[in-house]
Write a protein that binds this ligand. Structure first.
Ligand code: F2R
Ligand code: MG
Length: 304
């Protein structure tokens, strides 16, 4: 299989697998490894699918279209466990408000800093993988439909950029320290730079799980989960161990699992995702087809 195509499918199936591995552990405080995925993915994957569907149909980012896609998908399956903010925002838009009004700022001071923009960002990194500024611009545009706190948007940009970079590394030999330094250079925010620096140090010390959670976090806030996902990816040698480890940290396990799965899936490619997960993940065939369409759409835009 074409390496780039394998990256696209790996990142999107990786999101769904990480999410499905963690979804039964979301909110747990115990450190426990689990190896079986749940039969259903959650809002993390549903919204990642929405991002991909819209990028494919519009051959790039269109905020109005992406917002409509999110809403239509939510209305078909409102039981997926969506965050409180997005659910209210979708209803506000249905009632006539504009998607671009930064509606989360009416719900949370300064907007939402939840990780809902980051958890769905993988297709953006894939589609724009050769253009870091476009990755940031579209991560912010897509994130801003539901999240306008600077740290939520930056978290989305970091996940999208991490996925994007995986299309350019000679896998599976990611140079961990260079990669984390690259993310530190990419981010515009001191808090992320600081946390990525902590992740760098933890990589060197081989820290216990409680220490990773104490220093990086495992919460629903983007800044308490995005650096943790980067760490979970870098601290483990393959897709399987990265995602099992991510989920074993507890807390917002499905979302840390989804983000880790996106980066690890992009890095190692679809062939390295264990078959037992690849064949049982919900809507796996649809997600693989979508990843292929996203890859084709990117090639058409790049060529045209
Ligand atoms: N919704 C969940 N989990 C809840 C349980 C689901 C259950 N299993 C079920 O089936 O119902 N998980 C999903 O939501 C997270 C992503 O959330 P998102 O999209 O960021 O939502 P929101 O509402 O924007 O933010 C989440 C919470 O963060 C706090 N918060 C955000 N900004 C804040 C601010 N400025 N000030 C204070 N608090 C702020 C609030 O508590 C929000 O509710 C993922 O985990 C996904 O899996
Ligand atoms: Mg979650």
């Amino acid at each position: 299989m074409d390496t780039e195509l394998s990256t696209f499918i790996g990142a999107m199936i990786g999101t769904a697998v990480g999410d499905s591995l963690g979804v039964r552990r979301e909110g747990s405080s115990a450190f426990r490894e689990i190896k079986d995925i749940a039969p259903k993915y959650s809002d993390d994957t549903a919204m990642m699918i929405g991002v991909a569907e819209s990028l494919i149909e519009c051959r790039g980012f269109d905020g109005g279209h992406m917002a409509r896609t999110f809403i239509e998908n939510y209305e078909k399956e409102p039981w997926r466990g969506y965050g409180a903010g997005p659910q209210r925002i979708f209803k506000m838009i249905r009632a006539g408000r504009k998607w671009s009004e930064k509606l989360d700022r009416e719900l949370y001071p300064g907007g939402s800093y939840g990780n809902g923009a980051a958890m769905r960002a993988a297709p953006i990194g894939l589609f724009y993988h050769d253009n870091a500024e476009k990755v940031r611009e579209v991560a912010y545009g897509s994130g801003g439909i539901t999240h306008n706190h600077a740290l939520a948007l930056e978290g989305a940009a970091i996940i999208a950029y991490a996925v994007a970079r995986m299309a350019h590394v000679e896998r599976p030999n990611v140079r961990k320290h260079e990669f984390i330094e690259e993310l530190k250079r990419f981010t515009h925010y001191d808090l992320y730079r600081k946390k990525l620096g902590i992740a760098h140090k933890l990589l060197d010390t081989g820290a216990e799980r409680y220490e990773v959670v104490r220093q990086l976090g495992n919460g629903i806030e983007a800044y308490n989960s995005v650096p943790t996902a980067v760490y979970a990816f870098l601290a483990n040698p393959d897709f399987e161990s990265s995602t099992i480890y991510a989920v074993s940290l507890g807390g917002d396990a499905d979302t840390i699992g989804a983000m880790t799965g996106a980066i690890a899936g992009a890095c190692y490619g679809i062939a390295e995702i264990p078959g037992r997960w690849r064949v049982t993940v919900e809507s796996g065939e649809y997600i693989e087809r979508l990843a292929r369409k996203l890859w084709e759409a990117r090639r058409a835009v790049a060529v045209g």
